[in-house]
Every structure is written in C-alpha cells, then in structure tokens.
Design a protein around this ligand. Structure first.
Ligand SMILES: NC(=O)c1ccc[n+]([C@@H]2O[C@H](COP(=O)([O-])OP(=O)(O)OC[C@H]3O[C@@H](n4cnc5c(N)ncnc54)[C@H](OP(=O)(O)O)[C@@H]3O)[C@@H](O)[C@H]2O)c1
Length: 272
C-alpha cells in the first residue's frame, strides 16, 4: 500500500516512536492526524508534520477512555476524511516484580496498551472494509513475543496486542485491509524513564538502546510491502525464531542471564 496521499491516524504521537513515525509518514506524503494527552508536545509534533503535510491535525486524547477514542476518530474523519492507515502506538511501561506490583497497574497497562488499540481499530475498521482498502499497524514489542523478568504486566499487555493483530490479519486480508505488527526491541525514548521499576533494568537495557529510526522504517516497510510482522532492529527476528525452535534452551539461558545480571544468584533452577 502506498503511503503518499493517505490519511494516517497515529496514537501516542507526543514523543518517541509515535512522534517520529508521524513526522516520517508526513515526509512520505501522508496527511497525519495525531493524538496523545500532552497538548504542548503534541503541538510540537504537529508543527514538524505540517512542514511536510500542511493539512495535518492534532487531537488531545486520553486513550484509556473509550468515549475520547470515539470522539478523536470522529473529529479526524470530519476534518480530513476517512482514515486510510491507523498506527496504534500509544503505550506505557511498568517493571515491577509480580508480587510487588500494585494490582491496578495490570489493568492500567491493559487499558493503555491493549484496549486503546482494540477500540481505535474498531472505530476505523468498518469504513476500511467498506472501501476495500486500508492498513492497521500495531506497535507491540519484542516483549509481546518473548517475556522476561519484571515484565509481567507489560508483556501480558503486549502479548494481547500481538494476538489481536495476528487473529485480525486473517479476518480482514480478504477485504483489502492489511494488518501489521511491529516488534521493537530497546528503543531510546521516554518510555523507560516513565516506567516504575525500570531502575532495576537500566544497566542491562541502556547499552542496547537504538534510535527511533529503526522503528519508523519498520512501520513504513510493513505498510508499503504489506509485511505482517517486522522486528526492529531486524536481528530480534532471529531471537524470536530461536525461542520458538528451542524453548527449553533459550529459557534456561534467560534464567541464567537473569540470575547473573539482575538477581546475582549463582545457580538458577531448571525450567519445566
Ligand atoms: N521504547 C522502547 O524500547 C519500546 C520497545 C517496544 C515497544 N515500545 C512501544 O512503543 C510505543 C511508543 O512508546 P515510546 O517508546 O515511543 O515511548 P514514549 O516516548 O513514552 O511514547 C509513548 C506515547 O504514548 C502516549 N500515551 C501514553 N499513555 C497515553 C494515554 N493514556 N493517552 C494518550 N496517549 C498516551 C504518550 O503521550 P502522552 O503521555 O502525551 O499522553 C506518548 O506519546 C509504546 O506502545 C511502547 O510500548 C517501545
């Protein structure tokens, strides 16, 4: 599917991946509708998008609220016309140990990471199916394919996103609508600094951080080449394949990695 000339709705565009993806899509010729809660940051993104796509618009929205999602999509549609491409990107992280996590955190991450993507998709999909054309792209995570330490709430929400995307792909492909899922690894954004508990992971994650351009390229590729799943950086596809082919081996390796790098225990128990 071509990006130029399309109307693209990007959620969570006030910073990080969403901001840079919105600007990149505008640069590629799309008109973008962007949303997030922080109005000042959203305006900054909008100004950058308008340099390439002057008709682009911003809609302050808290994606945890169903009614605000309905209103955002209705306003974007009224201002710009039917949405051709939806980029479900808004998200948040939390990195507690399961037994220490505040219980409401699990629901909070499901609302922000999973239900927002579900509801935005339900708002735009009927019109895409009717027109026989469109794309819905979910920004999930490598943690939405492979879970790890201190990721119970986050991984569960991202596994839900990946599962939704994969099941939906089969339902709408025949109607001319492409569904894609992006699986970013560790990307340099504000996500981790805002996520409680990240201080326990920082020393391992920080050396692996890469720029948002690997994800914005993955988004464009997923749309233009109609790829279902794109890992960003691409090397994480290999990690996922190894995990699928040799689960016992990879889980043992991960346990020992966790023990060495995080818990400083010497002999981890054997899984299974
Ligand atoms: N950074 C990584 O390493 C990484 C790895 C894998 C996946 N991801 C995923 O990539 C996506 C983007 O994250 P990022 O890394 O770019 O982090 P970020 O810079 O913190 O961006 C998160 C975006 O989501 C928006 N958002 C969060 N809660 C919201 C709410 N309730 N209502 C509306 N918007 C909300 C934020 O806007 P406001 O705060 O202004 O509302 C912001 O624009 C997320 O889905 C994240 O899970 C990131």
């Amino acid at each position: 599917m071509k990006i130029a000339g399309r109307i693209v709705l990007v959620t969570g565009a006030s910073s990080g991946i969403g901001r840079d993806a919105a600007i990149d899509l505008a640069r590629r010729g799309a008109t973008v509708a962007i949303c997030a809660r922080r109005r000042d940051r959203l305006e900054e993104t909008l100004a950058a998008c308008r340099q390439h796509a002057p008709a682009s618009r911003a809609y302050p929205c808290d994606v945890r609220h169903r009614e605000q999602i309905r209103q955002t999509v209705a306003a974007a549609r009224a201002d710009l016309g039917p949405i051709d491409i939806l980029l479900n990107n808004a998200g948040a992280g939390a990195y507690h140990l399961f037994t220490q996590a505040p219980e409401e955190q699990f629901e909070e991450l499901m609302r922000t990471n999973y239900f927002s993507a579900l509801y935005f998709t339900r708002e735009v999909l009927p019109s895409m199916i009717e027109r026989g054309s469109g794309a819905v792209v979910f920004v999930s995570s490598l943690a939405g394919r492979i879970a790890t330490w201190r990721h119970t709430a986050y991984s569960a929400s991202k596994f839900a996103v990946t599962g939704l995307a994969e099941a939906l792909y089969y339902e709408v492909k025949g109607h001319g609508v492409h569904v894609a899922v992006i699986q970013p690894g560790a990307i340099r954004t504000e996500l981790f600094d805002k996520g409680p508990g990240f201080e326990h992971l920082r020393h391992v994650v920080e050396p692996q951080l890469v720029g948002t351009e690997v994800v914005t390229r993955a988004v464009a590729r997923a749309i233009e080449k109609e790829r279902f799943e794109v890992f960003a950086p691409a090397r994480y596809a290999l990690v996922w394949k190894l995990r699928a082919l040799f689960p016992r081996l990879v889980m043992r390796g991960t346990l020992s990695f966790v023990a060495r790098k995080f818990e400083r225990r010497r002999r981890p128990p054997t899984p299974g």
